[in-house]
Write a protein that binds this ligand. Structure first.
Ligand code: PMP
Length: 362
């Protein structure tokens, strides 16, 4: 099971009231069908329930539906080994969401409201049985195939026509269940001529519109037999940026872990930030700097991509201008594997959460 649209029944819904200068919040319980009962239904009936949960009344014509003006987050909640449920670093996602909305010149959603609503959101859906229970089997492959709750907070503009910025944005939190994001087997990546983000643009914002280029480039890569695409910079078309929905890391011959430095064309990933910290704490030298694709093709010995959905996914090779650079005999490299073990172990609670990254729901 990768991403799907098996929507959860309880949805958080807020809208900014510009006259009163307040956020008006409500909880929408589209239905209260417990998860176990839903699973007993026929496939057709279940599909109808899921479809209904995905139709809860946003305006048909809005800056979002017409111009791709919007932003969103991706965040995970985990069942932990001790029987609890936690959300991974919701304060960081809340902060990025705040910055995204500010970057889109609309009223930013306060971080404390974001965290509070997220916790309550998971609690309410958990009550109806929608948080996959912890399974010790997950430990066998280091949680590579474990399930979790994929939360999708997003901003949508009010009903509007004519190019403009939202004045009364909605903030919605919904969720589905997710396990491995990339379908196993092929983990080849290729560079693309397409440009994801330009300087002074919206690449640093988790803006809906950014993902059109990503989708096109990823489709082209898949059609050519690759799993993922690697974007290069807009000015020189030689510096590595990131993947379609993930940041990218390389291990160089001297063991240094290198990732492109942040700027206004790269999304500041929460996983990226966590991986850098964990790597430093575990004795790796980490550099955030410009990486010429020529350096990757001549000197990188390992590569992996990071993201909430992707976790830490090893990349077997990068192809650029017809040449393929193979990493670690196409097998997952040791640095990514070690960091994955630490990151996932902390998220699922098999390793102590020494950074206090897990926000407890229960
Ligand atoms: N870059 C892009 C373009 C993304 O969509 C994502 C996924 N949110 C990431 C990087 C990774 O960010 P995070 O680790 O916060 O999920």
């Amino acid at each position: 099971m990768a991403f799907n649209l098996d929507m959860y029944p309880v949805i958080y819904f807020a809208q900014y009231n510009s006259a009163k200068k307040t956020w008006e919040e409500k909880w929408i319980e589209v239905d209260n069908i417990p998860y176990d009962e839903l699973m007993k239904m026929s496939e057709e009936d279940r599909a109808a329930v899921y479809a209904k949960r995905n139709q809860f009344g946003l305006p048909c014509v809005s800056y979002t539906s017409q111009y791709g003006y919007g932003c969103f987050e991706g965040m995970k909640a985990f069942s932990t080994k001790d029987g609890g449920i936690s959300i991974f670093r919701p304060d960081c996602n809340g902060e990025r969401f705040y910055n995204s909305m500010k970057g889109l010149k609309c009223e930013p959603f306060p971080v404390d409201m974001y965290v509070k609503a997220s916790v309550e959101f998971v609690r309410r859906n958990a009550e109806l049985g929608y948080v996959p229970a912890y399974d010790p089997e997950w430990e066998k492959d280091n949680y590579a195939t474990a399930s979790s709750v994929y939360m999708r907070p997003f901003m949508n503009s009010e009903g509007a026509i004519g190019v403009g910025c939202a004045k009364e944005p909605y903030v919605i939190i919904c969720a589905t269940t997710v396990s491995t994001y990339f379908k196993g087997g092929n983990t080849k990546a290729t560079t693309t001529n397409r440009i994801r983000a330009t300087p002074h643009g919206t690449g640093w914002i988790k803006a809906a519109s950014n993902y059109v280029i990503s989708a096109l480039a990823k489709k082209e890569a898949e059609e050519a037999g690759f799993m993922e695409v690697v974007f290069l910079d807009a000015d020189d078309h030689k510096y590595v940026q990131e993947g379609s929905s993930c940041n990218i890391f390389f291990v160089m011959q001297d063991g240094t872990l290198v990732t492109p430095e942040l700027g206004d064309t790269i999304l500041p990933g929460i996983t990226r930030r966590s991986v850098i910290q964990l790597a430093k704490e575990n004795g790796y030298k980490v550099e955030e700097r410009k990486i010429d694709i020529a350096e990757v093709m001549s000197s990188a010995i390992e590569c992996f991509v990071t993201g909430t959905a992707a976790g830490i996914t090893p990349i077997e090779s990068v192809t650029h201008e017809g040449k393929e650079r193979v990493f670690n005999d196409r097998k997952p490299g040791p640095v990514g594997a070690k960091l994955q073990q630490i990151l996932k172990g902390g998220q699922y609670g098999s390793i102590a959460d020494s950074h206090n990254w897990n926000k407890k729901v229960k």
